[in-house]
Design a protein around this ligand. Structure first.
Ligand code: AMP
Ligand code: MG
Length: 414
């Protein structure tokens, strides 16, 4: 019996515990998840200020231009106005500088002529409020700005910086990682003896983990020897928030991850109703969540996507755990196993009407790593579907959203 995908995902998420809360520097919060709601302590900006370089005026003085008005002050950004405006007077002002008392509009430099130290000619009339940024126009004092659970981008961290609130976030997970298999050799191995393959899974897993902001402890390649694996595991549980292995979780005689842990009582091994990624081991080793991913590289990726990525985000306290989906047309259709949720590796394109189209990016066997590299989405064919007709509809999980327009496309031949 195969276990439904969503059933396994539920168990994985139910077993995750939140990582500790820490206070970090603004820039270090990028990629981490806020652990508290953030309310604005003050108005931002804290004072009314000029949106343009020009002259602070009393709008009523500028009807029927041109007219010459008297310059009584010069307010640079960071300065404080020293004079209140009275009828017929203006203050030279720079972008970001506080508005002098009495002024109710800014006339931009471009709308003036023959400006001297004590006089300026106004060429265009102003209305009350023109080019003035109100206090609190960015954020209002007391307003909820961000909710706990937000994974911070640089834009969020910069808003925290503007408010002067040091971010409280959850610690980044430390993940112990290893690949298993007697056939594996280091990627730098120049020529392979027959039967050997280069270990590509650790490169893949490292990238996926670091994209999430995890700190990786790399245990390298472990041979298909139960004792060797147990020894490494014993070390790996110390200080790790999660352990991830590749290979050795299937039905083979040398599937040592399964052999070593299946009687532990704390790690289960399943056949998940998904393709790729059917074999999967999950549980805890000495309290540390353990993810036994399959060995086939594409299975590693899909299992990571469906189980481990949401799990790590949950540990980090994220509110949103799963990738966005978009609807697309599967141009060539597909014939898949109706008993499984099938994740096709597809390359995507948008047509002139803005509709997404997807085509298989290469062979769909779980060892065809190149097709994964050529893909920018997984097309999801749910259990019970089986066949998708050419031109039929599928949902895409966008696995990356890359730059897609060349210099020539955007700028032409310049
Ligand atoms: P296993 O589940 O250990 O039988 O592995 C399944 C398939 O994945 C085998 O063909 C392995 O050679 C391959 N494989 C396992 N580990 C890796 C790895 N680290 N890098 C590339 N391929 C791997
Ligand atoms: Mg193996």
């Amino acid at each position: 019996m195969m276990r439904p995908l969503t059933d396994m995902q539920t168990e994985v998420l139910d077993r995750m515990r939140l990582l500790d809360e820490i206070e970090v520097d603004f820039a270090d919060a990028i990629g981490a998840v806020l652990s508290r709601n953030v309310d604005a302590p003050d108005d931002l900006p804290g004072f009314e200020n000029a949106a343009m370089d020009g002259f602070a005026v009393i709008a009523a003085d500028t009807v029927n231009p041109p007219m010459d008005l008297t310059v009584v002050d010069d307010v640079a950004a960071g300065a404080v106005p020293s004079v209140a405006l009275t009828k017929g007077t203006v203050a030279r002002i720079m972008t970001g500088a506080p508005i002098p008392e009495g002024a109710d509009a800014i006339v931009p430099v471009e709308a003036t002529e023959s400006a001297h130290a004590n006089s300026v000619r106004i060429m265009e009339g102003a209305s009350v409020g023109d080019h003035i940024r109100p206090a609190g126009g960015n954020v209002r004092a007391g307003a909820r700005v961000f909710n706990a659970g937000l994974r911070m981008r640089s834009t969020h961290a910069s808003v925290m910086a503007s408010m002067g609130i040091r971010p409280l976030v959850r610690r980044r997970p430390v993940v112990a990682m290893m690949s298993t298999g007697d056939e594996l050799v280091a990627p730098s191995t120049p020529t392979l003896v027959r039967g050997a393959i280069r270990d590509s899974n650790r490169t893949l897993m490292r990238g996926l983990l670091t994209d999430l902001g995890a700190e990786v402890r790399d245990y390298g390649i472990i041979s298909d020897d139960e004792r060797a694996f147990e020894a490494v595991l014993e070390d790996a549980v110390n200080g790790a928030d999660a352990i991830v292995t590749s290979g050795g979780v299937s039905m083979g005689a040398y599937d040592i991850v399964k052999l070593a842990l299946r009687d532990s009582g704390s790690v289960g091994f399943w056949k998940i109703a998904m393709q790729p990624g059917k074999p999967f081991g999950f549980g805890t080793v000495g309290d540390v969540p353990f993810f036994g991913l399959p060995g086939n590289p594409v299975s590693v990726f899909v299992s990571f996507e469906q189980f481990m990525r949401p799990a790590l985000l949950a540990m980090m306290g994220a509110d949103l755990l799963f990738r966005d989906r978009v609807e697309a047309i599967l141009d060539d259709g597909a014939d898949t196993n109706p008993d499984k949720t099938v994740f096709l590796r597809v390359a995507t394109e948008r047509d002139g009407d803005g509709r997404w189209h997807a085509r298989e990016s290469g062979g769909q066997s779980s060892n065809v790593l190149s097709a994964l590299a050529f893909a920018d989405a997984l097309a999801v064919v749910p259990v019970g579907t089986g066949r998708v007709e050419p031109g039929g509809t599928v949902e895409l999980e966008m696995i990356h959203w890359p730059e897609a327009r060349s210099r020539r496309e955007v700028l032409g031949d310049r």
